[in-house]
Design a binder for this molecule. Structure first.
Ligand code: PLP
Ligand code: ZN
Length: 420
């Protein structure tokens, strides 16, 4: 790591900079590396750490002095499944699911939380805090428990009960906010400043992206160091999608992949600030070409969707998300809540992978892109499934159907099975 660059105005900072965000404009910072030097030293036959299977095998491209600071849980190393039956529903011939629900706390967020906890341990931090729609917090609680670090989570009191149960069982101090995720985010920032806690808030803390990008490393490694053609990412704050793009760019810069994929953004119709900004920017034709993107604004919305993980008024890494889609030539697509709920069932029944509503939004969005002819059906497409379906069973039950109750008449119940 050699420093930071502001994703909004392009200003650069040395590695010794100790703020979270750009001191000139308040924009989020991107961690920078000497990629030419990393490329020079890379053993192309065994590019990453042997003897390790989790995301920390990619430590050469992470801001850590030693992987000994990583929590002792297996983060990442999640499967990339070919899913031809799901793909066939939209005439896609080469579709994969990356099943991130198999992380220790059952969501993609473990990649960021493990990175943050490792960083906290290296810098001697005693308390880590963060705001969360649920998954970032439960993952931070999980990683903190594994590493023996104190953790405080600010969460909207309306978060799904499974996520709140996770927070509590791992022993996090939990503050339930009578308000939205955005309220929790702002309150967390204020208290961290007052108390000197390490603030894990998504996007605001530049190291979350550095954990999230490892999913791209894994995807390409699982495809024998070939980039997919597209990756479709469920998007709220926009930090996951910006991490996916960053990971692809890192691999391209060090020569492990020979082209870059398109990165597509899927959002709920009722929480689509990033998609709207992308559409508006493309419509205006006034797309920045250098590192100063300060004239591009992401306007907040009043988020309303059943997909709680991607319900965000003011995306906290919104500009980075817009840049990921625009720079990669990707698409922005939205899905209604009804489409998202149907997609939970569709993914489960055609792949055996049970996902929470946010991920179903990625499949619903991809299906719409395919049906509108906006993606090439033979392209190698990865749909990022960021969280396990057991995180939110209330929504799944709306589309799962009901069991047939056996009353007095067993034969009638068996007949009602209507099949086997
Ligand atoms: C399961 C899941 N998918 C997608 C997202 C969206 O990520 P981001 O807010 O970085 O866009 C989240 C964020 O909480 C999540 O928990
Ligand atoms: Zn700036």
């Amino acid at each position: 790591m050699i420093g930071y660059q502001c994703l909004v105005c392009g200003k650069e900072f040395a590695a010794s900079f100790d703020g979270y965000v750009c001191s000139a404009c308040g924009g989020n910072l991107d961690v920078r590396y000497d990629l030419a030097d990393i490329a020079k030293r890379l053993d192309r036959d065994a590019p990453f750490l042997g003897g390790r299977t989790d995301q920390f095998k990619y430590a050469a491209l992470m801001p850590l002095d030693s992987i000994d600071s990583a929590p002792p849980l297996r983060v990442g190393a999640t499967p990339l499944y070919p899913v031809p039956r799901l793909g066939a529903l939209a005439s896609l011939t080469n579709l994969y699911l990356k099943d991130e629900g198999l992380n220790p706390s059952q969501s993609f967020k473990d990649r960021a939380s493990a990175m943050i906890i490792a960083r906290a341990r290296e810098t001697g931090v005693r308390v880590v805090a963060g705001a969360s729609t649920g998954n970032a917090g439960s993952s931070m609680a999980c990683m903190s428990a594994a590493a023996g670090v104190s953790c405080v989570v600010f969460v909207p009191e309306t978060a799904p009960p499974a996520k709140i149960a996770q927070l509590l069982i791992y022993g996090a101090r939990v503050l339930a906010v009578r308000g939205t995720y955005d309220d929790a985010f702002d309150l967390c920032a204020r208290i961290c400043e007052e108390k000197g806690w390490f603030n894990r808030n998504t996007g605001f803390n530049p190291f979350t992206r550095e954990g999230k990008k490892t999913a791209s490393f894994e995807i390409c490694e699982q495809l024998d160091w070939h980039a997919p053609d597209r990756v479709i990412v469920p998007t709220g704050d926009g930090n996951i999608i910006s991490g996916i793009w960053k990971g692809m760019k890192d691999l391209y810069a060090i020569g492990l992949i020979d082209r870059l994929p398109r990165i597509d953004c899927a959002q709920a119709e009722g929480s689509a600030a990033v998609s709207r900004a992308i559409d508006a920017l493309r419509h205006s034709g006034d797309i920045p070409t250098g590192s100063d993107w300060s004239r591009v604004k992401v306007q907040p919305v009043q988020a309303q969707t059943c997909a709680d993980s991607i319900a965000v008024d003011d995306p906290r890494d919104g500009l980075a998300a817009v840049r990921a889609v625009i720079e990669s030539g990707g698409e922005a697509v939205t899905a209604s809540d009804a489409e998202i709920l149907d997609a939970i069932r569709e993914v489960a029944r055609h792949t055996g992978v049970f996902v929470e509503p946010s991920c179903a939004c990625a499949w619903a969005g991809l299906r719409k892109l395919a049906e509108a002819g906006r993606v090439d059906p033979d392209q190698r497409i990865v749909c990022l499934m960021t969280g396990c379906g057991l995180k939110d069973i209330q929504n799944a039950r709306k589309v799962a159907g009901d069991p047939i109750t056996i009353d007095a008449d067993l034969d009638a119940a068996l007949a009602a099975l209507n099949g086997p």
